[in-house]
Write a protein that binds this ligand. Structure first.
Ligand SMILES: [Zn+2]
Length: 322
């Protein structure tokens, strides 16, 4: 089975200093250290260097705080990420800045959607950029109290928002929306085991993946898996078992990966969600292509997704069994 710690966007080796960051003076001291590094983001896109035409892999770009002094970053829109040994890392949102304000600073680097480049970055870079994107997204969308509508202020280095209305003083923490993603398998009496893959209308052409869906209020994860599989494919499942999870800050989810055993095989797809679905053996999956390979065959989910992990670990398991 592939190593679940190798799942993209997880495994970040950064000390989040979750106790120390509650102290505003400590946060200020980190910001004022000469070693302080800052990741810039604009409209949820991370700053990277990527010369595609030269077939180079993208790399993330961070700046020394002094090198971006001209941006005059205030306390809003700047969040503390953590410590890499002794080096503090912050992320700053320049979405509200005119392009002229940062053009000279970023040079020939670009703000790029992590969804387009993440799977080409190193695992640590991908995890750091995903963290910065997710935290800044939440900060940008939590500027006002959801109870009384008053402005909120940043606390804990951007990991808490406090309502400025003293009568309300509601505290809001970064939100993560749970979603389940599941590989459904079927073991016939004769013939090879097969798994259920489907193509969502929003997927790139030819890409087949596992089913997924959001958790409803007052629903266990196992119930969500069972309900979503039935709704989307008409398949009844049992034996829902947890496999692994993946942070998915696109914009604010965590994907909770499961495997489930099918009791039925007749597929009736939800045509609002899916364009096609089918059962595939490990041998058939072996002939699938890669996203972006230009071929005509079906392709596997992208390498940075937990869907890919669920498919590959299933192939490994069924191949090993007698
Ligand atoms: Zn309030």
């Amino acid at each position: 089975m592939p190593d679940p710690e190798a799942i993209y966007y997880s495994g970040l080796k950064l000390d989040r200093a979750s106790e120390l960051r509650k102290d505003a003076r400590w946060i200020d001291a980190q910001w004022n250290r000469s070693s302080c590094r800052v990741l810039l983001l604009r409209n949820d896109h991370n700053l990277m260097h990527w010369q595609k035409e030269r077939n180079q892999a993208p790399v993330s770009i961070s700046h020394n705080r002094d090198d971006i002094a001209s941006l005059a970053l205030g306390s809003s829109g700047v969040v503390f990420l953590g410590l890499d040994k002794e080096v503090p890392f912050f992320a700053a949102d320049v979405s509200g800045h005119p392009e002229a304000a940062f053009k000279g600073i970023i040079g020939d680097n670009e703000f790029i959607d992590l969804r387009q480049a993440g799977w080409l970055l190193s695992a640590q870079e991908a995890a750091l950029l995903a963290y910065a994107r997710g935290l800044l997204y939440w900060n940008r969308h939590s500027g006002f109290c959801s109870t009384c509508g008053s402005p909120t202020e940043i606390q804990h280095g951007g990991h808490l928002k406090l309502c400025t209305n003293a009568q309300c003083a509601r505290m809001t923490f970064p939100r993560t929306d749970p979603a389940v993603i599941m590989l459904v398998e079927y073991w016939p009496d004769t013939g090879p085991p097969r798994c259920l893959l489907a193509r969502n209308a929003r997927f790139p052409a030819r890409m087949m993946s596992t089913l997924a869906g959001f958790v409803d209020p007052s629903e266990s994860l196992e119930e969500t898996v069972t309900r979503e599989v039935l709704e989307e494919s008409g398949i009844q499942v049992v034996n829902v078992s947890y496999q692994a999870s993946q942070p998915w800050p696109f914009p604010s989810s965590i994907m909770l990966g499961f495997r489930a055993l099918a009791l039925t095989t007749d597929i009736r797809i939800d045509k609002l969600e899916l364009t096609e679905a089918g059962w595939f053996s490990a041998e058939q999956l072996g002939s699938f292509g890669e996203w972006g390979d230009g071929g005509d065959n079906y392709c596997l989910p992208r390498k940075d997704s937990i869907a890919r992990y669920l498919v590959e670990s299933w192939i490994t398991d069924v191949t090993r069994r007698p």
